[in-house]
Design a protein around this ligand. Sequence first.
Ligand SMILES: Nc1ncnc2c1ncn2[C@@H]1O[C@H](COP(=O)(O)OP(=O)(O)OP(=O)(O)O)[C@@H](O)[C@H]1O
Ligand SMILES: [Mg+2]
Length: 250
Amino acid sequence: MANKSALTIEDIGVDFSGFKAVDGVSMVVEEGELRVLLGANGAGKTTLMDLVSGKTKSTQGRVFVDDTEITNREEHEIARAGIGRKFQIPSVFRDLTVRSNLEVASCVTPGVFENLRFGFASTAKDRVDEALELAGLTAQADRRAGELSHGQTQWLELAMLIVQNRKIILLDEPTAGMTQAETFKTSQIINDLKGRHTLIVVEHDMAFVREIAEKITVLHLGKVLAEGRIHDIERNEEVRRAYLGSKRIA
Ligand SMILES: Nc1ncnc2c1ncn2[C@@H]1O[C@H](COP(=O)(O)OP(=O)(O)OP(=O)(O)O)[C@@H](O)[C@H]1O
Ligand SMILES: [Mg+2]
């Protein structure tokens, strides 16, 4: 089966008044792939996600979702093209139940109108149930979102992207602030999402990366330093010098 690219980044870059935080990055992520982005502090990982999601406008290069160019389009247009992003600060409605949060999220998804002809109510409910299941929140469905733990809140946010059927999901340090148990559960959730969604995950926790990683791209000073399987990345001398030897890695 030929693999189809979901996200194509061509020579993307941004120049912040003379400082190139991302400097000519090219990367092709296939449909259903889980790509991990590694790199030391300041390597340009978050900025790359900002460029893809439209939060930051690029000064060079191009970005495509499938064959549609989204370079420097507005954030809502890029969202409509299928890119979803989880932010560090949760955007859940604390007074609504977990299920209601997902119902609200599913109503703002661009694809929802296409589902109308198949019977909105049942489709939407099925999708909410599926997202609850995938995010491991079925037992929490009727709880107020404000009562959730830190980890559960992060999973709810992820579930909101799932229910919106975002084709490409960007996760910037999804396990930040989580306990070990929560981190492990997050790796299970992400593994379950492989193949259904295309995922790009920025993560520093190497134990977590080993749980989820397929292909890894290492950024260094705004450029791609290496790309490959975890085994090759961990043995790569340049990567060790630039990143794995740095103190961020336990
Ligand atoms: N708006 C901006 N203006 C100027 N410099 C910026 C801007 N945004 C980011 N930078 C700089 O670009 C570099 C890359 O930052 P970025 O946040 O992308 O790194 P990162 O790889 O996500 O690091 P971390 O692991 O610490 O999250 C840093 O030196 C940062 O200070
Ligand atoms: Mg960052």
